[in-house]
Ligand binder design. Structure first.
Ligand code: 6R9
Length: 701
């Protein structure tokens, strides 16, 4: 944990050999409150403080029926929360519903012409595409017919999606949901190999992809990754029978890679066989899995977080209503990628469950320039804007005055994925929000389905740098390593004492790992069926202030959050080790002025191999191939040896200190202390001004 001096954690691991993000976190000073404008309060969905009473702990778990009541159920539940098999909680047990019906049909009936999705292609010369709820219903039905009748898919089957930011992605997800088929969308930027590993883990026989998409002004060949993915899955024992390929441009093929005979098929050809077909939504138990979302683990293969249909959909609908303040007439734009949990919950499922208009932008925020997001906002009349600190930092750096040039008006802005520096927060507020929009900082995780730490915009004043108090019905606490609550102002491990409807159900195929990773640490009685005995361990370091607001310091495990994307140090190290000449590899987090954190990789080479820039490139390339470009290290340092404990463990803490120009601390326990100076020699000082300031703040040189 963040300020622990213990040498071992609860599992007896040698924590001194590791370094976590929380340990290199920058501690900002407590900021003053910023209050929402009256005109925001006057229209807010949650403006009456009575809401806090409705979600008070003595009303748990029934308080969450308020969220479930936002949905249309085929059959009501008989038990709000079934705790008989902890920590495998069952929310709304006995209830039945269909997610696609809730996100599409009921709105198509009530307001068929209302725009459900606005697609903004990356090329500015291309027209925006407005898809109404009735049109969305038609497309979802037709594609569901393809999945059911041409592919024979049925409830409970898994299908892997590796799709870019196009409306065909939600259409695919919702068509799966209509049948009870479990979708597993892999972020489009991940490599073919990373996709293949996830296909194998989920046991998918079908991969759905697109031939190409636009990014940075170029049409990227995406189908190439499908072939790599299928090959990798086969290597891991999973055969893929069918690859469905959507076309980015009608009647064209945007890839150089030939379609494999008998395996690959264009979606439009299948759709033409199912014109106008209607597929009844399959009524699913609330507990049926809706989707898998893979995230990085500390060790071993990635974790397929399994989310439920009823609890998940209720939680994202409720939080979209109260925290995103979505009203029927809002135009809502979340600039995240649907390939991450943020996109699933707060581009697709939450906003569509509420029947709003959600914007999908294909490309990067700064294409062709840093004014693009504000032009989109102006043109579409976006009222709610949602993005990450990394995107804000980037837009601020590239176009600090751009927002002023455009006539848009946000009432509400969200930030998600990483801590936001107060200085960056203030630019977001005054420039992007024109001093008039509220900012809702939202702390949560792939595992948690929806927001955990965040403020109700009309009721909780904002505090730059803090995510805010715990969300409604979330009882958060900060424990030390022994499970004792730490006093306010001290860092520790943030935990949630209770279950909530959005919590994931298990790690796909690894229930033991699910219990071990998230519950073992603070569970005192494995036999207890009382939820109070099962606090959820989030894996983040945090500090609570006296007013109950939390500041998140970062991961306490071996996960590095680069630009809001979670990367496991072990995954990066194994990728580096696929290079034959590499003997050992260590990945560490470093402070980065745009991405929050970046990765540096240290490698030592096998005897007789000479260090060279080619070698460094080879390591970088291997990481891109195994994981994807997002994992590309900022630097690869070739060093003569790694600092090691006497038991032979690499001391990442020492390496991270060198990378962050901080004091390396006590190195007397090293088997080879002399190597420290040697390594320092290999790491030249190239700091930006902001990094230098940050480093000074956390006690570096
Ligand atoms: C939603 C999402 C989860 C990790 C999480 C934490 C960090 C997310 C944050 C934040 C500070 C915020 N994180 N939101 N840190 N302030 N508002 O990002 O899910 O990709 O699983 O990442 O991201 O460290 O544990 P995921």
């Amino acid at each position: 944990m963040a300020d622990s001096h213990e040498a071992q954690d609860a599992q007896g691991r040698d924590t001194q050999a590791q370094v976590s993000e929380a340990q290199i976190a920058v501690h900002w000073r407590e900021e003053e409150y910023v209050y929402p404008p009256q005109k925001f309060i006057d229209q807010a969905n949650a403006a009456d403080p009575a809401i806090f009473d409705r979600f008070h702990e003595d009303k748990f778990p029934d308080c969450f029926t308020e969220y479930a009541d936002l949905l249309s159920w085929d059959q009501p539940w008989h038990t709000t929360l079934d705790t008989s098999n902890p920590p495998f909680w069952k929310w709304f047990a006995g209830g039945q519903l269909n997610a696609s019906y809730n996100c599409v049909d009921r709105h198509a009936q009530a307001s068929p012409d209302k725009t459900a999705i606005v697609f903004v292609p990356e090329l500015e010369s291309d027209d925006h595409v407005h898809i109404s709820y009735s049109e969305l219903l038609r497309q979802v039905n037709q594609f569901a017919a393809v999945l059911r009748d041409s592919l024979g898919l049925k409830a409970g089957d898994r299908v892997t999606l590796h799709m870019p930011m196009v409306p065909e992605l939600p259409v695919t997800m919702l068509a799966c949901a209509r049948l009870g088929v479990i979708h597993s969308q892999v972020f489009g930027g991940f490599s073919g190999n990373a996709c293949g590993t996830r296909i194998a883990d989920s046991g998918s026989r079908v991969l759905i992809t697109m031939d190409g998409y636009y990014r940075g002004g170029k049409l990227i060949d995406h189908k190439v990754k499908a072939d790599e993915a299928v090959e990798e899955a086969a290597r891991q024992g999973q055969e893929v029978d069918r690859v469905l390929v959507w076309r980015r441009h009608p009647r064209q093929y945007s890839s150089q890679i030939p379609m494999a005979d008998g395996r690959d098929v264009f979606v439009d050809e299948l759709l033409s066989e199912h014109q106008g077909q209607v597929v009844e939504p399959v009524s699913m138990p609330a507990e049926a899995p809706l989707f898998l979302m893979y995230t990085s683990g500390t060790t071993g293969r990635p974790k397929g977080c399994q989310h439920s249909t009823g609890g998940y959909l209720a939680y994202v609908a409720g939080t979209s209503k109260y925290y995103q303040d979505i009203h029927p007439d809002d135009v809502y734009w979340c600039m995240a990628d649907i390939g991450w949990i943020t996109g699933h919950s707060y581009i697709v499922y939450g906003p569509l469950a509420l029947g709003t208009t959600t914007v999908i932008y294909e490309g990067v925020p700064n294409y062709p320039d840093a004014g693009r997001p504000w032009r989109i906002a102006e043109k579409l009349g976006v009222s709610i804007f949602h993005t990450s600190p990394t995107a804000i930092r980037q837009l601020r750096k590239l176009g600090p005055d751009e927002p002023r040039k455009y006539d848009y008006h946000f009432k509400h802005m969200t930030t998600v994925g990483e801590p936001i520096e107060p200085e960056v927060w203030r630019w977001y507020h005054s420039e992007v929000g024109k001093g008039d929009a509220v900012i809702v900082d939202t702390w949560w995780q792939t595992e948690t389905g929806g927001f955990l730490g965040t403020g109700l915009p009309a009721l909780n004043p904002m505090k730059p740098g803090s995510c805010g108090p715990a969300a409604l019905g979330i009882y958060a606490v900060i424990y030390d390593e022994n499970g004792d609550e730490v006093p306010d102002g001290r860092a520790g491990n943030i935990c949630i004492r209770n279950p909530w409807p959005g919590i994931f159900q298990t790690i796909w195929g690894q229930p033991g790992r699910f219990v071990d990773t998230y519950y073992r640490k603070y569970n005192s009685d494995p036999a207890s069926t009382d939820w109070r005995d099962w606090p959820y361990f989030a894996g983040d370091g945090a500090v609570r202030a006296a007013d109950g607001y939390f500041r998140i310091l970062g991961r306490v495990d071996d996960v590095i959050n680069v630009a809001g994307h979670r990367l496991g140090t072990k995954e990066i190290e194994s990728a580096a080790l696929t290079v034959g000449e590499v003997a050992e590899a260590a990945a560490v987090p470093v402070i980065d002025d745009i991405r929050g954190r970046a990765v540096e990789v240290y490698v030592s080479l096998k005897p007789g191999i000479q260090p060279s820039p080619e070698m460094e490139n080879k390591v970088t390339k291997a990481i891109e191939t195994e994981i994807g470009k997002i994992a590309r290290p900022r630097n690869v340092w070739i060093v003569p040896d790694m600092p090691k404990t006497r038991s032979g463990k690499i001391m990442r803490r020492v390496i991270a200190s060198i990378s962050n120009f901080a004091d390396v601390g006590d190195v007397t326990t090293l088997a080879n202390p002399e190597i420290v100076d040697d390594i320092r020699h290999h790491v030249p000082r190239q700091l930006t001004e902001l990094e230098y300031e940050e480093i000074k703040k956390f006690g570096g040189e």
